[in-house]
Structure formats: C-alpha cells, structure tokens
Design a protein around this ligand. Structure first.
Ligand code: SAJ
Length: 411
C-alpha cells in the first residue's frame, strides 16, 4: 500500500467520520481543521458533531494513536479535502474554503502525493483546485499540464452518505471516482479500497462533480413535485397522502413525500450549483428549488388562517429538526416556521423537540421548549413539522381537543 499517512482537511460531518474510518483500518491519519476548539475536542478522543456511534470510533482511533488532529497541515501521502462549499450572493457557490485548504496543504506536498476533493462542488472546482495547487508549487508538476507523468495526482470523489447513517454508508455505498487522468483515478481507488466495500466506479472529475449535484437535484425535484401536489390537493380538497400512496402503486411511479419544506445542508444547496453554471437552461431545477423554498411560508399562511378563528390561540409546533429522528436544527424549515410564528403570536407559540434538551442560545430567546405531554394538554393548534418516531407513537384520539395541521401526514 502506498499510503502510510493520510491527511483529512476539514473535520466536519464528512471529514471526521472519514478520518476515523481510515484510522480504524490502522492508517496513520492527520486531521486538519482551522477550528482550534474542534481540534482540541478530537485530540481528547471526543467529537464536536452529532452522528450515531462516531464518538466510539473517534475515541478508539485517538487512544490507539492512529488519529491526531492539528490546525497546521503536515506532510502525508494522500490529502482529502472535505471543507464546506456554501453560497455567496445570489446562490453563487463560494469556493473560499477549498481555496484556503488547497493553499494550506500546498507547502507540504511532495512528488507522488494524491489530493482528493470530497467537498460537494460546482463543475470545474477540481480543475480550479489543481490550478491553485500548481500556482503555489511551481516546482511540482500537475495533471492539467503533465497528464499521466505528473508528480501530483488529483481526483474528485464526492461523499454521498446520509446524515444519521454515515458510518455504515461510508463503507457500503458505491463511490464515484473522478480522476483528472486515469492514473489519478487508479490511485484514488487504491486509497478508498482501504475501507470502501461498495464498488468504486471511474469517471472524470467534471462528471463526478456533476454526478453528486445530480443526485441531490433529483431528490429536490421529486420532493418539489410532492410539495406542489400537496398545495394543489389542499385547493381541490383531496388527501395528498392517500393520493401519493395510490399513485405509487403504479409500477413506474415513485413520488416522495411532501413536508414543510426542504432542509439540511445538501438538497437545498446543491441544485443551485447547477443553476449558477447554466442559468438559462436549468429551469426545472430552479423552479423545484423555488417551490421547496416557498413551502414554509405556505405552512405559515395556513396556520394564520386557522389561528384567526381563536382569540388567543396556543400554537404547539411538534418538531424542530431538519428531518426525522435527528437533532440537527441547522437549515431546518421547522425552525424557520416556528420562529416566524412566535414573532406573529408572541408568548403563544411553543415547541416540542424530543431530540433536544436545550435550545442553542440563538433560538432560546425566540422559541420555548415544552414537553410533549404539556403541549398536547394545552394546545389550541398542533402544528406537526417533523415525523419523529415519538410523534408517530401518539394515539390520534389524544389530539381530538386541538386543531391539527399535519405537514407530514403521520396522523
Ligand atoms: N424530505 C422531504 N420529503 C421526502 C424526503 C426528504 O420533504 O420524501 C426533506 C427532509 O425532511 C429534509 C430534506 O428533504 O428536510 C433533506 O433530507 P434527505 O433525507 O432527503 O437528505 P439529506 O440532506 O439528509 O442527505 C442527502 C442525501 N442525498 C440523497 O439522498 C440523494 C445523502 O445521500 C447525501 O450524501 C447528502 O444529501 C449530502 O451530503 O449531499
């Protein structure tokens, strides 16, 4: 194996599990992150993010001496860059983190090293990263100028793991390997084969970039279809859940589920990376984003219409996370809706979130958490926003007293 030391740059939701899994296969792993606090936590064998079982794997990797975190890159045989790619301006991808990560590893690169971009990226980002590296290291040769004889090998290998199942999916999922040349792909496969049991499928870097964006856009467009149906059905007095169940009995129809909107850090972001490159052509992808982004406001309007029938309604929002059975509140349509309702109805809006004990400070000023029991007892309006298992278990007749708005169709 050519890889004795592997460096993972960016120790977040993807980088940290990836680093820990390499370490669990007894590779020396150097994790790099600009956040000193995260580095300190990891070096104590603990984690700063929420993902089932990750704490155990990181703890073992650190105590056995295979994983170490630092803020300053060190030499390694392979570098995986797993930093965020947020937007800037009007949904334009912001490559600043990739740029600074590349510039930070450039000084420690040596002939024979492999650099992999794992961050979800707009088409062309891997070539851009290669250009930044080449600019910083004129003494080394790169695939964009030297092809198969380059000193440094470069590939894009997007992650595709589902939050909540990261450790399993990292190992089991197939992996798209987009090398800048065939030799770059070959070397990248030998790295992933350290732990990946799924198939590693070779393509070029641009196709790999587009593949990741396509997967998430496919899901976004399908959810937008379901969300649009739910609004059409409201108008036509049809139960959308029954409708979708029936339509999905057709052997070639498979509609996803409507909800209060699309949250998380991927599905609501990645389609814009396609739209920003080809704005005139990506009409459907853009509309899907707009439909999904408009859904929280639609839910708020619906609650307002109902609330106006009460003098001083107590509104109980069930669920704050961005999807079921997780505690991640970031980019959550449920939080957006609950926050806005609590501004419209001061002191009358409460939230139930079984996966959270205490709200982060930015939210605790606006939203008050109460128990599920108290919420059921005191509700005038129950607004179901997340299909957590605890809510599915509530007996329907216990909700009879209140007016129920169920955005996920569980009751
Ligand atoms: N949602 C619906 N209806 C559905 C399914 C989902 O409204 O039928 C909503 C969820 O409630 C949530 C949002 O969509 O608010 C996103 O949830 P998700 O479970 O679809 O996806 P993520 O963001 O947790 O993870 C996705 C996955 N991509 C695909 O399934 C194509 C995952 O495999 C990717 O690795 C991840 O994005 C990523 O990092 O890109």
């Amino acid at each position: 194996m050519p890889f004795n030391t592997i460096s993972v740059v960016g120790l977040g939701y993807i980088g940290l599990p990836t680093a820990a899994v390499f370490a669990s296969r007894k590779k020396q792993v150097i994790g790099v992150d600009v956040n000193q606090n995260a580095v300190d936590i990891i070096n104590r064998g603990q984690i700063h993010i929420v993902e089932p079982d990750l704490d155990m794997v990181v703890h073992a990797a650190v105590t056995e001496g295979y994983l170490r975190a630092t803020t300053r890159p060190e030499p390694a045989d392979a570098f995986l860059i797993a930093v965020p790619t947020p937007f800037k301006g009007d949904h334009e991808p912001d490559l600043t983190y990739i740029e600074s990560a590349s510039k930070s590893i450039a000084p420690v690169l040596k002939k024979g090293d492999l650099v992999i971009l794992e961050s979800t990226s707009p088409v062309g980002a891997t070539e851009q990263m290669a250009a930044w590296l080449a600019e910083a290291r004129p003494d080394l040769s790169f695939p964009q100028t030297h092809g198969e004889s380059s000193d440094i090998r470069i590939a894009h290998c997007p992650e595709r793991v589902l939050p909540g199942h990261v450790l399993r999916e990292l190992v089991q999922n197939d992996r798209v390997i987009g090398g800048m040349t065939p030799k770059c792909s070959e070397l990248a496969i030998s790295l992933y084969k350290v732990f990946v049991q799924g198939e590693c499928i070779v393509t070029n870097a641009r196709t790999a970039e587009m593949c990741k964006l396509t997967e998430n856009s496919f899901r976004d467009v399908n959810i937008a279809f379901a969300n649009e149906l739910s609004m059409i059905c409201d108008k036509l007095d049809i139960n959308v859940w029954e409708l979708i169940r029936l339509a999905n009995r057709h052997p070639r129809v498979d509609i996803l589920q409507p909800g209060p909107g699309v949250g998380g850090h991927c599905i609501a972001v990645d389609p814009w990376f396609i739209v920003s490159k080809t704005p005139e052509i990506s009409k459907l992808i853009r509309s899907a984003r707009e439909v999904n982004d408009a859904k929280p406001q639609y839910v708020i309007e619906k609650v307002k219409r109902e609330a106006d029938r009460f003098k001083q309604p107590k509104i109980m929002c069930f669920g704050l996370a961005f999807k079921a059975n997780i505690d991640d509140l970031r980019e959550s349509p449920a939080v957006e809706i609950t926050k806005e309702l609590s501004e419209l109805y001061p002191d009358a809006v409460f939230a139930v979130e079984p996966n959270i004990e205490k709200l982060p400070e930015t939210l605790s000023k606006k939203i008050q958490l109460i128990s599920q029991e108290q919420a059921i007892r005191e509700a005038d309006i129950i607004l179901l926003l997340v299909d957590h298992k605890e809510f599915k278990a509530i007996e329907k007749n216990r909700l009879d007293r209140a007016l129920v708005i169920d955005t996920k169709g569980i009751w």
